[in-house]
Design a protein around this ligand. Structure first.
Ligand SMILES: [Zn+2]
Length: 360
């Protein structure tokens, strides 16, 4: 039994969530080219070490960051650290809330990404930070040597500089928002990180990741690219992003990375013991349902489709081991409660039906 499985069974504990799934890193680690395999192996080793560390700190009850004394509600409290290419967290503090931008573009991008996520939660959903109670947002950049991943460890986010395959993980704002959204899920529905609830956990992060990017760019649903991690892959990779919500399974098709394994429909659901039961794979199904809903409704996706997902996540009706069907039914109830049985309700039933998830 892997540590992921153990973590997944302890549903009340936060889980270690990386943006690049293990099946991609496994492929890279087996590449003939040592320039590709070496960094991927080191990233896998660093991830394994972090999983162990996170489990230990969970067991030992390490405290979450506290809201500073006298801090104003409805304002972000960001702190950026530089891990200086080491693996000790958080590292050296390099920027606090309200500090002027420095010379390090990575720090500045991370600071802006935390701010954008905070702002969408506040302005879009009237939520004060990811816990709804002003939780300080902490991120460490320049983590490890050629670390090709980013993760949320239950308390903070960590971003690598990338390697031959991945660029700096602060470049796509949706990657930062994806990781912070794992915090949002942790404080709300807290989906178990395995199988269908795990894929819902991943999908919610992709949905809010994409919404933050659309919010930053002020894009309507029809203009958005619906990609996760666009701009992250280097020119060595044949691909456009890590995942596509518009067309799951088409984000990359590469000699080294292999082909994007995401299904868009239940009939193509992938049964696997890897990747915590395919959490980064089967998330394509609820991802695509959200895309279908948002583009059918049109306009700004966070205003109606996003609101339905947010209400579902925070509504308290779902068990931590919710299935896709449980989630779909809860979205229908949430849509009815907020918008009545109008076009939102109809579009939602159509979206779930198109991906093959029953709501009746
Ligand atoms: Zn994730």
């Amino acid at each position: 039994m892997t540590q992921c499985h153990i973590a997944a069974m302890k549903a009340t504990h936060p889980v270690f969530c990386t943006i690049v799934p293990p099946h991609v890193l496994d492929k890279l680690a087996q590449a003939d080219d040592p320039d590709l395999a070496g960094p991927a192996r080191r990233t896998l080793e660093a991830d394994a070490a972090q999983r162990t560390h996170r489990r230990l700190t969970t067991v030992l009850g390490a405290p979450a960051a506290a809201v500073p004394e006298g801090a104003a509600a409805g304002k972000p409290h960001r702190t950026l650290y530089d891990a200086q290419h080491g693996q000790r967290l958080p590292g050296v503090k390099v920027r606090g809330e309200g500090d002027e931008p420095g010379r390090d573009a990575t720090v500045n991008r991370a600071y802006a990404g935390l701010g954008a996520t905070f702002e969408l939660l506040l302005k879009g959903f009237e939520r004060d930070s990811i816990d709804g109670n002003g939780l300080p947002l902490v991120a460490s950049v320049h983590y490890g040597e050629n670390y090709g991943n980013a993760f949320w460890d239950g308390r903070q986010m960590v971003l690598g500089d990338g390697d031959e395959i991945f660029r700096d993980f602060t470049i796509p704002v949706d990657v930062i928002a994806h990781e912070l959204a794992h915090g949002l899920t942790q404080y709300t529905a807290n989906f178990t990180y395995f199988g269908q609830p795990g894929a819902l956990n991943e999908s919610v992060s992709d949905v809010f990741g994409s919404l933050v990017k659309q919010y930053v760019n002020d894009e309507t649903a029809d203009r958005a690219d619906w990609l996760i991690g666009a701009g992250l892959l280097t020119e060595r990779v044949t691909g456009v992003a890590l995942r596509s919500m518009k067309a799951p399974g088409t984000a990359y098709d590469d000699d080294v990375l292999g082909k994007d394994p995401q299904p868009a429909k239940m009939e193509d659901y992938v049964r696997t013991g890897r990747d915590n039961g395919g959490v980064h794979i089967n998330s394509g199904i609820p991802n695509h349902a959200f895309y279908l809903l948002a583009t059918d409704l049109g306009g700004r996706a966070w205003e109606r489709a996003g609101q339905i997902w947010y209400d579902t996540l925070t509504g308290g009706s779902l068990e931590v081991d919710a299935s896709f069907t449980d989630f779909a039914r809860a979205t229908v109830a949430a849509a009815r409660a907020r918008f009545g049985e109008g076009e939102e309700h109809e579009a939602l039933l159509k979206a779930w039906s198109l991906v093959g998830v029953p709501t009746g």
